[in-house]
Design a binder for this molecule. Structure first.
Ligand code: FPP
Length: 251
């Protein structure tokens, strides 16, 4: 049976998040500059979006650029930003064809004007699409996201719009960049590193974590399906015992 046939359509993770890592090492293995790895990483982005949509994932969030990535060599940052612009231009047709709705999270004000403009254009163009929600995390950091949430909540308390005892998990959730998205069910990180790197700290509280040694530019359809199958073979307990879970399943 092929990998796709093995997927249980009723237990597809609703929200998959991906830390796309290993572009630089992939290029190094080929004695090429790091940016060559990023360029080839775009193919893996395309295939992941398509496969996720095909199997019925509702939301896919990709860590494309972190707040810390601004500290990389100037030329690399510049290339990543132009790659973002060219990919958006080249992929818009594909996104439309696949009914993908694009959104972005992060401190988007820091992006160069050109990137922000292109991003907003594609976000607007795809805003009525009803298929998978693709969220690009750009200039994103989870601590920054949480900090701005706490600032907004504190301001509401100062304005007497909210009482401290009214701060619930839901209220915090509603002040995050991801307020429209469900919790992350599955977090994938490529390239063998086993770290979270300041990505969606609040949203991954109950996520299953999947690490693979495959470097991002090599991460193809089969690799994504393997991650989904691995997820489906796990038991998610949310703090309960196996017996309690079995009982709920049998009810
Ligand atoms: C991590 O590899 C990757 C990034 C920091 C950038 C991700 C960007 C892309 C996949 C291409 C463009 C994306 C879009 C959405 C158009 P790394 O450079 O940290 O690799 P290394 O750890 O091997 O050095």
């Amino acid at each position: 049976m092929s990998l796709i046939e093995q997927i249980d359509k009723d237990r597809v993770p609703e929200h998959v998040a991906v830390i796309m890592d290993g572009n630089g090492r992939w290029a190094k293995q080929k004695s090429m500059p790091r940016v060559f790895g990023h360029k080839n990483g775009v193919k893996a982005v395309r295939s992941t979006i398509e496969t996720a949509g095909e199997i019925g994932v509702k939301a896919l969030t990709l860590y494309a650029f972190s707040t810390e990535n601004w500290n990389r060599p100037k030329l690399e940052v510049k290339t990543l930003m132009s790659l973002l612009v060219s990919s958006l231009k080249n992929e818009v047709k594909n996104l439309q064809k696949n009914n993908v709705k694009l959104q972005a999270i992060g401190n988007l004000n820091l992006l160069p004007e050109k990137a922000r403009k292109e991003l907003n254009e594609v976000i607007n163009l795809t805003s009525n699409n009803s298929g998978i929600i693709l969220t690009l995390a750009l200039s994103y950091g989870a601590r920054e996201e949480l900090t701005q949430a706490f600032q907004k909540i504190s301001q509401k308390i100062v304005n007497k719009e909210l009482m401290p005892e009214e701060i619930t998990e839901k209220v915090i959730n509603n002040h995050l960049y991801t307020f429209t998205l469900p919790d992350v069910d599955l977090l994938i990180r490529t390239s063998g590193e086993q770290r979270i790197s300041n990505f969606l700290l609040w949203q991954i509280a109950y996520s299953e974590l999947y690490f693979t040694d495959v470097l991002w530019p090599d991460f193809g359809k089969e690799d994504f399906l393997k991650a989904i199958l691995n997820y489906q073979n796990r038991e998610r307990r949310f703090g309960k015992t196996s017996e309690q879970i079995e009982k709920i399943d049998n009810e």
